[in-house]
Design a binder for this molecule. Structure first.
Ligand code: SF4
Length: 886
């Protein structure tokens, strides 16, 4: 079998990949040099996809209430459950909660079933949590949900303003493209506006650490500055826009002067002025924004405040300029296209009577929903109230990722029928399911996805379906048949669904709707298989897609773009005496969503093996927090326990906790449980970036860790974090109850003592034990009543070997490398497993001063490049004499 060209299942960059068969059924995943999103580049997550293809942890058979069932039994149970509920309580008593992980074809049939044939619009996607504010902002301004940019705009711009976007970790290949563009064009200036000094700041010429929630004010001030400085495009404003006068008045009222803006935003006046000056004098400006803008109770206004300054300067519809939303998920855009959001009908049509009639005729349905359904937070509220009685969750994990996550869990636990289709057996959400349906995983699925630049690409299968897993589109159509709608769901392939989706986009369109891919509505199966990446719009007859808004025509009633007044609003909840810190959430470089896939990859797990909270040094001193201790992060609704990191990348008064850890990988680290369910009133997107919390040192009675070649059955502990290493599982532990005997506790953890070497120091409160069978270290556990424990790094290397040397065997219980052996430290470069200590030794010992020199010496940073910002950080720290060894 030759290499299969497909696309990455992680972020919205939508990189093209090649899956190349290797030895023993393994696959090497590389960037596709012909794909226009990445031209061969990948990030650490994409490069490690081959690690995630195994069947370990997969859901392979349908289950009903925990017992294996046939597909017939499971589908009948779901069909009858939904039909019974609808008959008794009406179509709005059921709901689907779907995902930006679904392929467009899966999404299309799920939306058609709910909105067209069940007759409710209660289908919403987890993309609601990611970019619903961008959709709402674009629609208010343009009359359509059109991202007006291409990735090439980043290479043609002279100024890139990144707002609320950690491109380096969340869209790493775009970060690489911007880095390369900067190297090629010395004129290119990058400005970062973000409450955190993220790794993206490595390429920023100017960094504005804006106070959370004040972005609207910053851009209102810019609009007023542009007017004062005569930097408006009056011709464009006059010919192609409406609403400038009111938008400007509101902007001026809120942003009286640069000093006032700077004070309110927590910025230096000079920095605000520098941003404004650069924006005013640089025609080729792209403003890139993502979750830091969208995940806010004023997210839609933030988007419109950004769009306003582009409309006011006519910087849209031309190369190298525009307000560019980059989406989080691989197919958030595909979901927008089919109507996966509850307030959209299908193919970018809404719920106007004309649209409803058009779509109903196209689908041949007499019961098409005529009004919007419940958005994500409303949907789970309705589940909690009992007005939604049956819910089907597809390919997502809302018990970890939704705000007020504990309430979501309780709601599902009391729901009459919870159906979950997923490829993973054990998630926080599958634990709440009555019926589990095994879905195909990446590598087994076939269909299309749309990336952040409106580029539709094929995702192609290269692995057989394992067990009884089925593609999502098949599961939905089988359910539709059982509910009596078989005639409308008579598809035999994703290609057939895609053709219908494309036909609907063109149906009675005539240029009235921007989303039109009529040119691909009649592809044969073979042409669909061979489909090359293309951007929409692609109406019938078009060969080259028209650049959106190049003609100055928008999709509003008047054909003119709208500047929207954006009065600033504070975040829904502000810090208080009880909860004095502002919690920001986000992603780390090497994990994806709730870690159901990336958590399986040893090379990705080494970067951050535990959930953590980042605290500024001043707050650490104020609250008595120490690096490496555990902390309780608490809000009114819940508390979590995570490791403390102290860093000035967060501002005083702010803390950061990543969103990834659920109950499978940590005992108590679901950060979304701390966040209230306040939403943007227009987009319905929750505020996930500004929740008041307190942080206290968590002081258990003991600390410990275990490393093992096989998964361990651990007694209950108050803190547990699980990660995968190369050939081992790692457990970080802490407990509030001291066992009566550590050796007996270790028996329960490690099994029979025959192969044990151990050190039990009762007076010193320490126990160390290791099972060594022959020449092989099978498992070890280290516990202590004091928090100091040996580094895990050297011990972990012993699991990569089948033969212990005598020196290693003697050193195990010391937990330290024998003399002469060197520690590598926490992983920085995932691709080549190069640790922080190794890098620092090389930087200092060999006097390396550049990323290139480090690449030559250690290979670090020479594959995907995702670690380059951290390597640059280490070079900087080392030059300043500030880097600690581990
Ligand atoms: Fe995948 Fe990384 Fe590309 Fe995003 S940047 S699509 S995660 S390879």
């Amino acid at each position: 079998m030759s290499a299969v060209r497909t696309t990455c299942p992680y972020c919205g960059v939508g990189c093209g990949l090649r899956a190349e068969p290797g030895v023993a059924g393994a696959y090497e995943i590389r960037g596709d040099s012909e794909h226009p999103a990445n031209f061969g580049r990948v990030c650490s997550k994409g490069a490690a996809l081959g690690d995630t293809l195994g069947l370990d942890g997969r859901l392979l058979h349908p289950e009903i209430r925990g017992a294996r069932a046939s597909w017939d039994e499971a589908l009948e149970a779901v069909a009858q459950g939904f039909a019974r509920t609808i008959a008794a309580h009406g179509p709005d008593s059921v709901a689907f909660y779907v995902s930006g992980q679904l392929l467009t074809e899966d999404y299309y049939v799920a939306n058609k079933l709910m909105k067209g044939f069940i007759g409710s619009a209660n289908i919403d996607t987890n993309s609601r949590l990611c970019m619903a504010s961008a959709v709402a902002g674009y629609k208010r301004a343009f009359g359509s949900d059109t991202v007006p940019n291409d990735y090439t705009d980043l290479e043609q711009a002279d100024l890139i303003v990144l707002v609320g976007s950690n491109l380096a970790w969340c869209h790493p290949v775009l970060f690489q493209r911007v880095t390369a563009a900067k190297a090629a064009n010395p004129k290119l200036c990058v400005v970062l506006v973000d409450p955190r000094r993220t790794q993206t700041a490595e390429i920023a010429d100017l960094f504005l650490p804006v106070r959370p929630g004040t972005d609207v004010l910053l851009f209102n001030g810019l609009l007023d500055y542009l007017r004062k400085e005569d930097a408006l495009d009056l011709e464009f404003l006059d010919a192609h826009t409406e609403g400038f006068g009111v938008a400007l008045r509101v902007a001026k009222e809120s942003a009286a002067s640069i000093p006032a803006v700077a004070a309110a935003c927590g910025l230096k006046e000079d920095d605000v002025l520098e941003l404004y000056r650069r924006f005013a004098r640089t025609p080729k400006t792209v403003t890139v924004f993502s979750q830091g803008v969208n995940q806010s109770t004023s997210g839609t206004d933030k988007v419109n405040a950004i769009v306003n300054v582009h409309l006011a300067t006519g910087r849209i519809g031309k190369p190298g300029m525009g307000p560019f939303s980059v989406t989080g998920q691989p197919n958030a855009m595909g979901g927008r296209e089919v109507g996966g959001l509850a307030n959209q009908l299908a193919a970018h049509m809404d719920f106007s009577p004309k649209d409803v009639d058009r779509v109903a005729r196209f689908w041949g349905s007499t019961r098409t929903a005529a009004k919007p359904g419940l958005k994500a937070v409303e949907l789970f509220d309705a589940v909690e109230r009992g007005t939604v009685k049956a819910v089907w969750i597809m390919a997502t994990n809302p018990v970890v990722s939704m705000p007020d996550a504990e309430r979501v869990r309780r709601a599902l636990e009391r729901c009459e029928l919870v159906v979950v289709s997923d490829c993973v057996r054990d998630t926080d959400t599958t634990r709440c399911a009555h019926v589990l349906l095994p879905a195909a995983a990446w590598g087994e699925k076939s269909g299309t996805v749309t990336n952040s630049e409106r580029r539709i690409s094929r995702q192609r299968s290269f692995l057989p379906l394992p067990g009884e897993a089925q593609p999502d589109w098949w599961i939905v159509t089988e359910l539709a048949r059982r509910m009596g709608f078989g005639g409308a769901f008579d598809y035999d392939s994703p290609a057939a669904i895609f053709r219908e989706h494309a036909r609907l986009s063109a149906f009675e369109n005539e240029g009235a709707r921007d989303f039109d891919i009529g040119a691909v509505a009649n592809l044969s199966d073979a042409e669909y298989d061979a489909l090359q990446p293309f951007q929409w719009p692609r109406p019938a007859g078009a060969v080259v897609p028209p650049r959106p808004f190049a003609d100055g025509r928008f999709f509003t009633a008047s054909g003119k773009a709208q500047l929207v007044p954006t009065p600033p609003r504070a975040p829904a909840q502000l810090p208080s005496a009880d909860y004095p810190l502002v919690l920001n959430t986000g992603r780390v470089r090497d994990q994806w969503h709730t870690m159901t896939r990336t958590g399986r990859s040893p090379r990705l797990s080494g970067h951050h093996a535990e959930p953590f909270v980042q605290v500024h040094p001043l707050d650490a001193a104020r609250f008595g927090l120490t690096l490496g201790d555990l902390a309780e992060v608490a809000a009114a609704a819940a508390r979590i326990v995570v490791r403390i990191e102290i860093t000035d990348t967060v501002a005083p008064g702010n803390v950061f906790v990543p969103m990834h850890w659920g109950s499978v990988f940590a005992s108590n680290a679901r950060v979304c449980a701390l966040i209230g369910a306040a939403v943007d009133p227009i987009s319905g997107q929750p505020e996930l970036k500004a929740a008041p919390v307190r942080v206290r040192r968590y002081e258990p009675k003991w600390y410990g860790f275990a490393l093992s070649r096989a998964p361990l059955q651990l007694p209950a502990t108050s803190y547990r974090a699980l990660s995968r290493g190369a050939g081992y599982w790692r457990y970080e532990l802490a407990g509030e109850d001291l066992p009566a005997s550590w050796p007996e506790w270790a028996d329960a953890v490690l099994g029979p003592r025959a192969a044990r070497i151990e050190l039990s120091d009762v007076a010193g409160g320490r126990y160390r034990g290791a099972n060594v069978e022959g020449e092989v270290l099978q498992a070890c556990v280290f516990v202590a009543t004091a928090k100091w424990l040996p580094s895990r790094n050297w011990l972990a290397t012993l699991f990569g070997s089948q033969t212990l040397s005598d020196a290693d065997r003697l050193a195990i219980l010391a937990g330290r490398a024998p003399k002469g052996a060197l520690e590598s430290g926490p992983i920085v470069c995932s691709c080549f497993a190069v640790g922080r200590s190794t890098l620092l030794r090389a930087i200092r010992g060999d006097q390396l001063v550049s990323v290139e020199q480090i690449g030559k010496a250690l290979r670090a940073g020479t594959n995907c490049g995702s670690c380059i910002p951290e390597i640059k950080g280490l070079l900087g720290e080392s030059a300043a004499g500030a880097a600690s060894p581990a």
